[in-house]
Design a binder for this molecule. Sequence first.
Ligand SMILES: Nc1ncnc2c1ncn2[C@@H]1O[C@H](COP(=O)(O)OP(=O)(O)O)[C@@H](O)[C@H]1O
Ligand SMILES: N[C@@H](CC(=O)OP(=O)(O)O)C(=O)O
Length: 445
Amino acid sequence: MKVYKFGGTSVGTVERMKHVAELISESTPKIVVLSATAGTTNHLEEIAANLFNRDIEQAHEKITRMEFQFIDFANELLTDESTKREAIDYILDRFQRLWQFINDEFTSIEEKEVLAQGELISTALLHFYLRERKIANILLSAFDFMRTGPEGEPDLKYIEEKLQAQLAQYPGINLFITQGYICKNAYNETDNLKRGGSDYTASLIGAAICAEEIQIWTDIDGMHNNDPREVSGTRSVKHLSFNEAEQLAFYGAKILHPFCIAPARKRNIPVRLLSSMNPQAEGTLISDLQDDNIIKAIAAKDNIFYVKFESKHCLCPYQFISKIFDTFAKHRTPLCLLVSSNQDVSVAIDNSERLCKILAELEQYAKILMEDRMSIVSVVGNMRWQYAGVEAQIIEALADIPLRMISYGSNDSDVAFVIKTEDKKRALQALSNKLFEPETDKVTG
Ligand SMILES: Nc1ncnc2c1ncn2[C@@H]1O[C@H](COP(=O)(O)OP(=O)(O)O)[C@@H](O)[C@H]1O
Ligand SMILES: N[C@@H](CC(=O)OP(=O)(O)O)C(=O)O
């Protein structure tokens, strides 16, 4: 069995949803994971913020607009009157839930309920359309098997047991549809896997059923060798190792959710990135194979804080480093990058929620310098230290860009830099020019 995941852009219009139905209607047994239609989760987030702030007029207007849009979508998608009625009743029922929140108390629990509606509606619409086309399919509720544990981590054992039990109820069925992103938490409340989490759902499902392959279908033909939103002339990379894909996702390649590689790697399931706009394109295959001596791609992540701790020498060097690590750990704040010398430490972080508290605690031990509006740029590939010259090429490309921090040597697959966000576009283009052109075929995998 294979797992196919279609993102919001692949089901964002009636035409695209019909096209997805075409793509999945061939006979390969599969579970199809769907996101909310493009833009829906953003709108639901806005509605939740309005409800939270008791800005009822705004919430009212947005819910009404969205309700009409989905009814129009159903009317255009479906032709059979009774199926249309069923779909519209389902939509009205989901919106009934949203209307209730206008009067009820609104906490983060209700917020998660609001955010779940997008995936519930998109999957129901696809299910009704397939049924109208006489394509046998079962709509599975992700709430029946997708669950996180007390620490917020997916509970793979539970997912495995519950999903396999669900599938066993439908022998002979080759097509299952389910929601990405949404789940129940350890207290049986509605929750989600964080923004972009449908990729993670697909990968967890893939691992749970030991799928033959996990396919992530988006609006682009695979992982490109640089961010196509920032750089011209990018090209799709044919093959990535699990490590390379994970590094690129972690450092900002939006096409993949950073956590979605881990479950696939755990069961050694290949992940293929494909384009629903151009299904013939080869896309990118992600597997446990590691190509040799090749720079694969570049990614960038914004909203980074750079913090430098210069020791005040009241702790000896190893206690000083340990104090910094312990303080970040106590505040559950991960470090994206780290460099240190005998006395001083610099870090880059992407979560500033607890930063004030962290800095207040460390002030007595260190002189602190903090800079925001920074980005991490990461060059990813097989970069074993024995391959002389790779770093030199990268540094040469960035000769005109001030580099706040350089990280190399923590693993064999990337060189990363912290730079000002205002320099990011220039840095990405310079790296592409140097590393991928004119010898593109030689250096991309
Ligand atoms: N290195 C990259 N390769 C391919 N796409 C990238 C890369 N970096 C950023 N992107 C962006 O990721 C988008 C696809 O991801 P996403 O919007 O999450 O898709 P979906 O809506 O299908 O989930 C592309 O349209 C592209 O602009
Ligand atoms: N709908 C959710 C989950 C998701 O993964 O969406 P997409 O696949 O369109 O990025 C979100 O917008 O975050």
